[in-house]
Design a protein around this ligand. Structure first.
Ligand code: 3PG
Length: 213
């Protein structure tokens, strides 16, 4: 699948999973070795969150140096976040929730937004704005696989990326669902391994997660 086109659709992005590492970086010097380790383990899409100050610069470095990776910005909470991450080179933005201002900013914006929903009503609001690829967050706390199965009845055309509480124990069950294209999770990028610079171990975790099911 192509990974270097300038504007990918949300569905193309999600189908480049099946597992999207959710990354929190506190040192920009970790950005490139981490991204290289993930790439070596077969990861094609990753999410760098804006939860830390190093997030934005990490997006900039990885996007510039490793164009074969589809770099997304996570924890995008405002129109400003969206604008800054697009300028930094992110190929997409992903948000834990949805707001009218974020919707407005994403329309005709330079990069696609994958908004987060938890309930049927939020999902319907997103649909009204034309969004059909959504993050389901916080997945496990919001009923996990059972909730997604129930959502498939009324909303068969919605594709989800569940995130929050996904682990090596349950990710395959999520990926077996008809309305799930990929999952997001932090288990491939444990903070202690990043701090230690144990890139081989991260490559190993990535390879396990991205192996054919
Ligand atoms: C997210 O930001 O999407 C989640 O916090 C990641 O959740 P996890 O740490 O439970 O994988």
């Amino acid at each position: 699948m192509a990974t270097s086109r300038s504007k990918l659709s949300p569905l193309e992005i999600l189908h480049n999973g099946p597992v999207i590492p959710v990354i929190v970086l506190h040192d920009v010097d970790h950005a490139l070795p981490l991204a290289q380790a993930l790439l070596a383990g077969g990861i094609r899409v990753l999410e760098i969150t804006l939860r830390s100050e190093a997030g934005l610069e990490s997006i900039r470095r990885i996007s510039a140096e490793l164009p074969e990776l589809i770099v997304g910005a996570g924890t995008v909470l405002s129109p400003d976040d969206l604008r800054m991450t697009a300028q930094a080179g992110a190929k997409f933005a992903i948000s834990p929730g949805l707001t009218p201002s974020l919707f407005a900013a994403s329309h005709d914006g330079p990069i696609p937004l994958i908004p987060g929903v938890t309930t049927a009503s939020e999902l319907m609001l997103a649909m009204e704005r034309g969004f059909t690829e959504l993050k389901f967050f916080p997945a496990e706390a919001a009923g996990g696989v059972q909730t997604l199965k129930a959502m498939y009845g009324p909303f068969p055309r919605i594709t989800f990326c569940p995130t929050g509480g996904i682990s090596p124990k349950n990710y395959k069950e999520y990926l077996s669902l008809a309305n799930v294209a990929c999952v997001g999770g932090s288990w491939i990028v444990p903070p202690d391994l990043i701090v230690k610079g144990d890139w081989d171990k991260i490559t190993e975790l990535a390879a396990k997660a991205s192996a054919k099911l």
